[in-house]
Design a protein around this ligand. Structure first.
Ligand code: ACO
Length: 382
């Protein structure tokens, strides 16, 4: 062991437990099974508020009063339309791509079309307007991308509808019931923010370089697409399909674990107890009368028991994604749109974090421990 090894701090694989910044946006308390936006429990907000009010809370720092609530909802509802150039280009790439991949491309185009300057050269007010525009137009991009992929035509946004109702309108092409709209709205509120998760951290790293907002969000979308992060809810439903019936759950899980396959929708880096999002979504799925609820509920108990047997002490419970799929399926959201729907919500969290990063910026630049052959070796002649 060299003296430099002794001086260096220990490596935290996956940056687990490493605190890299201060944030006033929210936090996750993994041992308590609690998370919050600003000073309010996120689950309490989902139970009582609109998506737009929670969005305003993250952007403004406080819950809006009645007047601010109406003006915020009105302002953002006017920012939903696709720019003409993007509308013309979307069919060229959305027809064959997954919606989240189309979103990455579209955000990139939107940034250059709107001439978004590097964050380093952008005022706080300009960045705030860009963030409002982005969060408002993303559901339009995703719904249009999905419809084009299915051989249909985009449906224009309706400013008189709330965020969730308008999203479902554009996606499904018909108005959803009040119960469905509220269920989707509550899901969206639950998913707005969640500490320094991989995609949020990615957005902050890119923002810290002073690059433009579109660059930060393209990176975040890329991170979210990974199955270990946001790409799990459709896989969780695929798994239920593969299992087929409750009596097959045990053999399925044992075989999967023997192959080293992870059980989707279970486990979390921070929660070592029930994920509060999972608790809320489980109740929501039950109250919606979700066709898959009974099977999912039974599967959850069996999987938890087997994970405790096969991975004792790891505390692997359902995460947000397991019942998210069950809820979205009941609300007619197609499977390929599960992670994109998550992205509509998380866009608010990502952009709030970019605003915060920009306001108190220092380039994020960690170190790695070199473990290759000892340098300096003589460079062999050519
Ligand atoms: N199925 C089987 N085993 C698991 C699972 C799982 N879902 N999750 C963790 N484990 C096991 C690991 O194999 C590991 O075992 P070991 O100690 O014998 O090596 C142990 O539990 C700890 O796993 P880590 O990978 O260290 O846990 P980490 O904190 O890195 O993982 C993660 C968190 C990625 C979410 C993991 O639990 C997982 O892969 N889950 C499945 C994918 C999923 O549901 N993703 C959605 C996350 S929620 C969200 O992003 C909104």
């Amino acid at each position: 062991v060299s003296s430099t090894d002794v001086e260096r701090p220990p490596i935290a694989p996956g940056l687990e437990g490493v605190v890299v910044a201060e944030t006033g946006i929210g936090d996750v308390r993994g041992l308590e099974g609690f998370y919050h936006y600003r000073e309010y429990g996120a689950v309490d907000l989902a139970a009582s508020h609109s998506f737009e009010d929670v969005w305003a809370l993250l952007f403004d720092g406080e819950l809006p009063d009645r007047a601010r609530s109406a003006s915020f909802a009105d302002t953002t509802s006017q920012l939903r339309a696709l720019p003409l150039e993007l509308r013309a280009l979307l069919p060229h790439f959305a027809t064959h791509a997954l919606p989240l991949d189309s979103l990455r491309t579209a955000v990139s185009l939107l940034g250059s079309e709107s001439e978004w300057e590097p964050i380093l050269d952008t005022t706080a007010e300009q960045l705030h307007s860009q963030a409002l525009r982005l969060c408002s137009v993303v559901p339009t991009i995703l719904a249009a991308a999905d419809r084009l992929r299915r051989g249909g035509e985009p449906v224009d946004p309706r400013p008189e509808l709330g965020f969730a109702a308008n999203y479902l309108w554009m996606l499904l092409g018909h108005e959803a019931s009040d119960e469905t709209v509220r269920a989707v709205e509550q899901y969206l509120i639950l998913m707005i923010d969640h500490g320094f998760n991989a995609s949020t951290f990615t957005a902050r790293v890119i923002a810290s370089t002073g690059a433009d907002l579109a660059a930060a969000i393209c990176g975040a979308v890329g991170a979210l697409s990974g199955p270990l992060h946001g790409g799990a809810p459709s896989r969780a439903l695929d798994m239920l399909d593969e299992i087929g019936s409750p009596d097959r759950t045990e053999s399925y899980v044992r075989e999967a674990m023997q192959r080293g396959t992870r059980i989707m929708g279970f486990g979390h880096r921070v929660y070592k107890t029930d994920d509060p999002r999972s608790r809320f979504l489980r109740d929501l799925a039950r109250s919606l009368g979700a066709p898959l609820f009974a099977f999912a509920f039974e599967a959850e108990a069996t999987v938890e028991r087997l994970l405790e047997e096969l991975k004792p002490g790891r505390e692997l419970h359902t995460n947000a994604e397991f019942y998210a799929g069950v809820v979205m399926d009941t609300c007619e959201i197609p499977r390929e749109m599960f992670t994109p729907t998550f992205a509509c919500a998380r866009m608010v969290g990502w952009t709030a974090h970019v605003l915060e990063q920009a306001a108190h910026n220092r380039l994020i630049r960690p170190s790695a421990r070199y473990v290759g052959p000892t340098p300096p070796a003589p460079v062999p002649p050519r």
